[in-house]
Design a protein around this ligand. Structure first.
Ligand SMILES: CC(C)(COP(=O)(O)OP(=O)(O)OC[C@H]1O[C@@H](n2cnc3c(N)ncnc32)[C@H](O)[C@@H]1OP(=O)(O)O)[C@@H](O)C(=O)NCCC(=O)NCCS
Length: 233
């Protein structure tokens, strides 16, 4: 009997790796003020908003599901989808494609230094999706200690080319990133997204993320952010 599950591409998940899904909570009322002078870009690097408003204690476990079974649900049939390959970031030559994809959909573009901060420090947590040699999706993450006690994964950027959306490519990139962070010992995974970004909210909530905080006027365009969280253990 095999001891690991092989994804359609090249990822191996050890049996028994589990993460906990929490009940999808009600959107909380907490409003966290934007730090004066801090842009979203600075905040996402510093990861500033912290636990006085955390709602962990108010939530209950809904169920526990293995990453293997989660991945199985995302298996995609058909030759067309199988030709969409995910690969790890290799080197600086991947940078322009990542920036092109992410910049296209951002309300506030990041500087090259922000991309380099994430990708150079955590190259193993950056993945790209390809249709043959065309880059059509990217995800950029980091994994850091939070308050010296929680090993926190953070999804900083995610984008899929408009012509390729609704084909589970975004979900596959997120799953791949979760997997890499879990294997590196993440206790939890967080991200922020605009409160109006229904696609992203649906995608992440389908994968078990819950709404953890509302960040008031987090983005330069004045839109609030939602902090989403996935508890691993
Ligand atoms: C968000 C984004 C990455 C989703 O990528 P994708 O490859 O289309 O996502 P998936 O096909 O994996 O969709 C998974 C689920 O997300 C939800 N979803 C995706 N696009 C949606 C849309 N336009 N409207 C509503 N729900 C949507 C659905 O629940 C979908 O499952 P379903 O197709 O079975 O209903 C993509 O729309 C994108 O690049 N948006 C611009 C950048 C962005 O907003 N990034 C996220 C920042 S946090």
């Amino acid at each position: 009997m095999s001891t690991a599950v092989q994804e359609s591409e090249d990822v191996i998940i050890p049996n028994g790796v589990e993460y906990t899904e929490r009940k999808i909570g009600e959107l909380n009322d907490y409003i966290i003020p934007q730090e004066p002078g801090n842009s979203n870009e600075e905040n996402m690097i510093k990861n500033v908003y912290e636990s006085e408003h955390d709602l962990d204690d108010e939530r209950e476990d809904l169920k526990t599901e293995t990453i293997e079974s989660k991945l199985k649900k995302l298996e995609i049939d058909g030759d067309t989808e199988k030709r969409i390959r995910l690969k790890n970031y290799e080197n600086e030559k991947d940078m322009p494609e990542i920036m092109r994809l992410i910049t296209k959909d951002l309300s506030e573009p990041y500087s090259i230094y922000t991309y380099r901060y994430f990708i150079h420090n955590w190259p193993n947590l950056c993945f790209l999706a390809f249709d043959e040699d065309k880059c059509i999706g990217a995800i950029v993450c980091k994994l850091d200690w939070h308050k010296k006690i929680v090993h926190r994964g953070y999804i900083a950027m995610l984008a899929v080319d408009e012509d390729y959306r609704r084909r589970k490519i975004g979900s596959r990139l997120v799953i791949r990133a979760i997997q890499a962070m879990v294997l590196k010992g993440a206790d939890e995974i967080v991200l922020e997204t605009e409160v109006t970004n229904k696609s992203a909210l649906n995608l992440y909530e389908n994968l078990g993320f819950v709404r953890d905080k509302r960040l008031f006027r987090y983005y330069l365009n004045g839109i609030d952010a939602l902090r989403l969280k996935l508890w691993i253990r």
